[in-house]
Design a protein around this ligand. Structure first.
Ligand code: ADP
Ligand code: MG
Length: 693
């Protein structure tokens, strides 16, 4: 249960003064439902009101706080003109200007003949000084109301500066002193304040410098978050290890049969990876292994051969893919490879319904199905296995930690293999999984030709269409990718539909369309038509990004390439260059394109090395983008940024590993404090392993 000391922070934001249902909704959208969520919204700027000149010295363009005598009010003759109030001090005159000002309100707050403190941005208008809509108006005796340096927060629709500032101030007042969960010597070494002290300092920046990710205050809070995460992972791994693993050793018959039927030889690194996986499965320890291999390096076949090892020993295996298209493709590929064997496989996505779905559940529970391939539908509670021994999770960065681990809990001692094309740096894997073993596919299958990548401004679309026509005439197939329009799948799809209509006018029924809002059946049909070559151009949104494998496609056009992350472009481009023909990728960008943005795209022209590209991406855009967590709505961290806090990530890992060895039940005073931390960052799911342990 959540520790009582946190109750004030886990009340709804609507409990704060001034936060009604409307502002409450906007806040919830911006940060989340709880007051605690609001605390993690850090200022991104500040307004310094400490500049307090006399009128005669005041410089236009600056924000200033002035003490003024209020003079004559000049209501406008018509509504279109502003309401003006003449003010002065002993050195000069200044006008306050209000558009659509309400006379009654202004007379009450700025009564003629009195003195007021007024703050806002100074402007020069026809040689006179004015402030349009001052931010602050206070009586001289109310100076405590004036915040000399005001933090500026990112806003969202429906939320303005003042109510947010008010809500934040009230939230900060609720912040309790929490027991210290940090190791004393670390805290001293880093010179960190208490949690509360750091939080308050972050929300009260005095200078621009205080807004950087590298201040001791922000670093401490980032470390707290990383620590909570490592604690959660550590507890989970302890729990998993307590359960015994089981040794799995197939007799190799099925595997041999499938391997000989493959139209190619396994690469050396595929063989090595498979040996490593075999050794893990044979041991009594539970396996958790990451299989890293650039797009097109052939991870699927490794996964299949590993699954067969489990099947040979009489157990079940599951393969989970992040999208339905991918799950279906894996199912198709694997079904074909298993022809002539008696291994029963099934597909389970959101689309198998009714009696068919029920039958799958039954056959999984009885053990009649040996291999199941699916989407996250595999996690759901009704899915029970007879004896799941091996779980593969494809393109893992699309899933949350929680999801990754639920699949493993569907069997008594499940060995897990996660596969990714993103070459995640070691510190980041520690952050995602704690310690885990890694196998790498470092070679591409033989015979792959490099992709010729070119950059073109989008206004040269005519040339692109001509090039596409030429390619089609030569019998080649083309992916035409339309970009993600920010935060709007609807607009996204509209853009793809427009492009589809335009290309259809030119290429007639040789064009297909696939996007995320289509019904499952339509999607399948569109993909199938493209695979069979009935359509030659496939207009698509980023649904084709991950894993789709159509070897005969050798041209890719990507519209608005500048809107994509480099890793994402690399993934997309990985869809081509898989066949015998040389492939071409055209990156179309909107003009004008800044020098940095262009340099970024040029990296893709220069290299096909996923690792180099990912490093560049991490440097340029931060880990959320690189891991695709932002698109999938699974932010890893709210404060910590793996691009900035790499050293802290490693320290947090070591810290929790050592600590849990000594106090796995969190019984010591530091353990008690860490328990509070776990709940503070809502890593509660891990707390259940505490109780049961
Ligand atoms: P990814 O690692 O991106 O998931 P896939 O598993 O989809 O890659 O494999 C890409 C393509 O390469 C598939 O068509 C697959 O059949 C083929 N392939 C896999 N291994 C080899 C190999 N050793 N030699 C030649 N082709 C291979
Ligand atoms: Mg794949």
């Amino acid at each position: 249960m959540r520790p009582e000391i946190l109750f004030p922070l886990f009340a709804p934001v609507t409990e704060l003064p001034g936060v009604g249902p409307r502002i409450g909704k906007a806040l919830e959208k911006l940060v989340g439902p709880y007051i605690a969520d609001l605390l993690w919204l850090f200022p991104t700027g500040l307004i310094d009101r400490r500049y307090a000149p006399k009128v005669a010295e005041a410089q236009a363009g600056r924000v200033a706080t002035l003490t003024l005598r209020i003079g004559a009010h000049e209501p406008p003759p018509t509504r279109r003109l502003p309401y003006r109030i003449r003010c002065s001090d002993e050195t000069g005159e200044l006008t306050l200007v209000f558009f659509h000002g309400r006379a009654e309100y202004l007379q009450r707050n700025l009564p003629e003949g009195e003195t007021r403190i007024v703050s806002g941005r100074l402007e020069e208008f026809r040689d006179a000084l004015q402030i349009v809509h001052p931010d602050l108006i206070a009586k001289p005796e109310e100076t405590e109301k004036l915040q000399e340096v005001e933090p500026v927060y990112p806003l969202t629709a429906g939320l303005t500066r003042k109510p947010l500032a008010k809500a934040m101030a009230a939230a900060l007042e609720r912040v309790p002193d929490l027991p210290e969960w940090l190791d004393q010597s670390l805290r001293e070494r880093e010179g960190w304040k208490s949690w509360r002290g750091s939080l308050l300092a972050v929300h009260r920046p005095e200078t621009e410098k205080a807004l950087a990710a590298g201040t001791p205050e922000r670093e401490r809070l980032a470390y707290d978050e990383l620590l909570a995460n490592q604690l959660a992972i550590g507890l989970l791994r302890l729990h998993q290890r307590r359960g015994k693993g089981r040794s799995i050793q197939g007799d190799g018959t099925l595997r041999k049969r499938v391997a000989t039927a493959l139209p190619f030889e396994l690469t050396t690194t595929q063989k090595t990876a498979l040996e490593e996986i075999d050794a893990d499965m044979a041991s009594n320890r539970r396996m958790l292994r990451l299989l890293q291999g650039d797009v097109g390096s052939g991870k699927t076949v490794v996964a299949l051969l590993a699954m067969l090892n489990a099947v040979e020993s009489g157990a079940q295996a599951a393969l989970m893919a992040p999208t339905e298209i991918l799950a279906r493709q894996h199912h198709r590929t694997i079904e074909a490879l298993l022809q002539g064997t008696d291994v029963r496989i099934a597909l389970l996505t959101g689309r198998e319904k009714g009696a068919a779905r029920q039958k799958i559940f039954e056959d999984l529970a009885s053990g009649a199905i040996a291999i199941v391939i699916g989407t996250h539908a595999l996690f759901q509670e009704d899915v029970a296995f007879h004896g799941l021994a091996f779980a593969v999770i494809d393109e893992q960065h699309r899933f949350g930690v929680h999801q990754r681990l639920t699949l493993a809990s569907k069997g008594a001692a499940v060995d897990t293999l996660v596969m990714t094309a993103t070459p995640i740096p070691r510190t980041l894997t520690l952050t995602l999984y704690g310690d885990l073993d890694v196998s790498r596919l470092t070679e591409k299958p033989a015979g792959r030709l490099p992709v010729d990548t070119r950059l073109l401004p989008i206004d040269r679309l005519d040339e692109v269409v001509t090039a596409v026509r030429r390619a089609m005439d030569k019998g080649r197939q083309v992916y035409w990718v339309c970009p993600l329009v920010e935060e709007s799948e609807v607009l996204d799809v509209a853009a793809a539909e427009d492009r589809y209509a335009a290309l259809k006018a030119i290429f007639k029924d040789r064009v297909g369309l696939v996007h995320g809002r289509m019904k499952g059946k339509e999607k399948d049909a569109a993909m199938a038509a493209f695979v069979k070559g009935e359509t030659r151009v496939l207009v698509a949104t980023t649904v084709v990004e991950v894993g789709v494998d159509v070897p005969t496609a050798s041209v890719m056009v990507i519209e608005h390439a500048e809107r994509f992350g480099l890793t994402q472009l690399h993934q997309l481009r990985g869809r081509i260059g898989r066949g015998k023909e040389a492939s071409t990728c055209l990156l179309l960008y909107a003009t004008p394109l800044g020098a940095t943005a262009k340099a970024r795209l040029k990296i893709l022209r220069e290299t096909e090395d996923g690792f180099q590209i990912a490093e560049e991406d991490l440097r340029l855009r931060g880990s959320g983008e690189m891991l695709g967590t932002r698109q999938s709505g699974l932010p890893l961290f709210r404060i910590a940024d793996p691009a900035h806090h790499e050293a802290l990530m490693a320290t947090a890992y070591d810290d929790m590993r050592l600590f849990l060895e000594r106090d796995p039940a969190l019984k010591t005073p530091r353990g008690e404090a860490l328990r509070v931390l776990l709940y503070l960052f809502e890593r509660d799911a891990a707390a259940k392993y505490l109780r049961s342990g």
